[in-house]
Design a protein around this ligand. Structure first.
Ligand code: ATP
Length: 617
């Protein structure tokens, strides 16, 4: 690959400070930022993960953070990128500076680019759509759409994505982009905002040697030709990739073992008595030494390098207390700096809602397999129910009608929740990334999801009842059954959304699902009357949508029948009584269901936005 092939055409950062919102006078006209960190420490509980780290990264540089597994590379990157904040369990101290001005990384994280290790992209979106979504929502409001489209096209060209610009990203079921194309798309989504500072967590993981080399070469082009600075973590770079880095930071057991020019590593290692053998990969040699040698010996590499550092890159004097104590200040307390102002969401709320709605709709409709499963499984199950309980509603055997109703509405509850439980944990990192970068507001995101899901679940309810209502011969109102099927589906989807918001992965969400849905059967009233459940446990019934839906369903099917002076009427009255259904409490039951829907949605909103506002990892 020639240099020209990898050359990335990025428009210069506009004077309106689209990039990092730092006054041009502070930054120096035409010059990119310098990022430095001084005496940075990170404690989780009593464990010291990072110890008094210092380093300087200048614009135009591509810097690799390397070190053994567990050394603290990701922690350092995440702190610099504002993805980890101090809280009850974590303490971060030290200083992060941009052009000599102290900043709060959490405050300015919406102004820097952060490319996560896993490519958090929707499977049924294309690179062009992903970049446009980012550009429309994150570039300045006043910029015309045609200009944003132009920048996206340039970016696709530069990232060598033009040939696959309209191919789906794909997932394990649908073949889409290659690993390298996915990675370049994830990088493009961030670069389209023209950030001055770019953080990347393992940008070469999962790529072959050519893909890894061209990715780093591309970053180097961006850094050099557009005065950006790129910081990435990386595992085992080849000698060719290592040679592309301007600077390297080796981390050993939470301390900086070397921070300086990649070219200076040979001299520092030689001075420390650990020369790099000729024709040997320098990073492999240092990584080996970091793991095999005692920490004091390893730190000799750093000491050997200190004298070679330019004056403006020397770490601040640690002071008599070893750099701890008075010299350190809690970062959280430094947020009153003008440079730390969080960039607000650029696009108007209506545009956020519209673009999110459009993206969600396309992703649902394009997922043919998911869509077919979502409709065909309830269709099959309801057809089965209809055939098994065929004409049961027209006879006097009310126990069988009751059985049919319970079966249909339990299926509705589980069937509605399952797609959300499977899909949402995969979408969660995408929300966290986009919300953390102020791409849109949480309210627009939640409303757009509901706007897509509500009509879909209504059509599912209609389909299910069209099949079962006449096959079974129910006597209650068809419309009310459809609405009841719809509302239990919606409450279940909201509960699943909450589970998906809290769970880190689909597996965890699946494992805790029975904990949320199985107790619903116990509180529904047909295994045991609520009045027979211990008093101190009865409150839990108010979290169970199945119970209140069945109250409404039974009132609909048996309410009129119970008034008739016939054997059928007596049976209807018996079932209403046995399940403690009060016909005059239907508005209360409906109100509880609506409250559950709203409550679960709000909790999911809070869980996600709290996570996004705090630590985004
Ligand atoms: N929030 C946290 N709470 C507790 N321990 C943490 C936390 N964050 C990181 N650690 C611990 O700090 C150490 C360094 O973690 P980090 O992820 O930074 O390592 P790393 O060098 O990136 O490793 P790897 O290459 O394996 O990803 C690990 O032992 C990790 O378990």
């Amino acid at each position: 690959m020639t240099k020209n092939q990898a050359n990335v055409v990025m428009p210069a950062a506009p004077s309106t400070d689209v990039a990092l919102d730092i006054p041009r006078t502070a930054r120096g006209a035409g010059k990119g930022p310098t990022l430095s960190f001084e005496n940075l420490s990170f404690k989780a509980g009593s464990r010291e993960i990072l110890k008094s780290m210092s380093g300087v990264i200048k614009s135009g540089e591509v810097v690799a953070i390397m070190g053994p597994s567990g050394a603290g590379k990701t922690s350092l990157l995440n702190i610099l990128a504002g993805r980890v904040a101090s809280d009850r369990t974590k303490t971060i101290t030290g200083r992060v500076l941009v052009d000599g001005h102290e900043v709060d990384p959490v405050g300015f994280r919406s102004q820097v680019a952060y490319v996560m290790q896993q490519d958090a992209l929707l499977p049924f979106t294309t690179p062009r759509e992903a970049l446009r979504f980012s550009a429309y929502l994150r570039r300045p409001r006043a910029e015309p759409r045609a200009s944003k489209d132009g920048i996206v096209d340039e970016m696709l060209e530069s990232l060598r994505l033009s040939t696959c610009a309209d191919t789906f990203v794909g997932n394990e079921y649908v073949k889409g982009l290659s690993g390298g194309e996915k990675k370049r798309t994830a990088i493009g989504v961030e670069l389209v905002t023209e950030p001055s500072i770019i953080f990347l967590d393992e940008p070469t993981s999962g790529l072959d040697s050519y893909g890894a080399h061209s990715t780093i070469e591309m970053l180097k082009d961006i850094a050099v030709s557009h005065a950006r600075l790129c910081v990435c973590t990386i595992h085992q770079p080849s000698s060719e990739i290592f040679a592309l880095f301007d600077k390297v930071i080796f981390v050993s057991r939470g301390q900086v073992a070397y921070a300086g020019a990649a070219s200076g590593l040979h001299a520092a290692c030689a001075s420390a008595g650990m020369p790099i053998p000729p024709n040997y990969n320098p990073s492999d040699h240092v990584m080996y030494k970091l793991q095999m040698e005692a920490q004091e010996k390893v730190m000799a590499i750093r000491e050997a390098n200190l004298a070679a550092l330019p004056a403006d890159e020397r770490p601040p004097s640690a002071g008599a207390d070893g750099g701890k104590g008075a010299a350190m200040r809690a970062i959280a307390r430094l947020s009153n700096n003008a440079l730390c102002e969080r960039r607000t969401v650029q696009a108007p709320w209506a545009l956020q809602l519209w673009l999110l709605y459009k993206r969600e709709t396309l992703n649902v409709l394009r997922d043919r397999g998911g869509l077919i499963a979502r409709y065909s499984i309830p269709l099959f199950l309801n057809l089965l129910n209809g055939l098994i309980f065929f004409r049961a509603g027209e006879g006097n055997d009310i126990a069988t009608v009751f059985g049919a109703l319970v079966q249909i509405f339990i299926s509705a509850m589980f069937g509605s929740a399952q797609p959300m439980i499977l899909a949402f944990p995969l979408e969660r990192p995408i929300f966290l990334r986009e919300y953390a970068t102020n791409t849109y507001s949480g309210s627009a995101y939640f409303l757009s999801k509901s706007a897509v899901d509500l009509p879909m679940s209504l059509s599912l309810a209609l389909m299910a009842l069209l099949v079962t209502y006449w096959l079974i011969g129910f006597q209650g109102s068809f419309i009310l059954f459809v609405l009841q099927y719809w509302i239990i589906g919606q409450v279940s989807v909201s509960a699943a959304l909450l589970l998906g918001s809290l769970a880190q992965s689909t597996e965890v969400a699946m494992q805790v699902t029975p904990l949320v849905f199985v107790p619903q059967l116990l509180f529904a009233g047909f295994f045991i009357k609520i009045t027979q459940i211990p008093v101190w446990l009865r409150w839990a019934q108010y979290l169970c949508s199945l119970k209140f839906t069945l109250n409404l369903v039974m009132a609909n099917e048996f309410g009129d029948c119970a008034l008739q002076p016939t054997e059928r009427g007596a049976q209807c009255a018996f079932f209403l009584d046995a399940n403690q259904v009060q016909l005059d409490q239907q508005w209360r039951d409906a109100g509880i269901l609506i409250a559950l829907f709203v409550g679960f949605q709000l909790l999911a909103y809070l869980a996600l936005t709290t996570k996004a506002n705090g630590n985004v990892q």
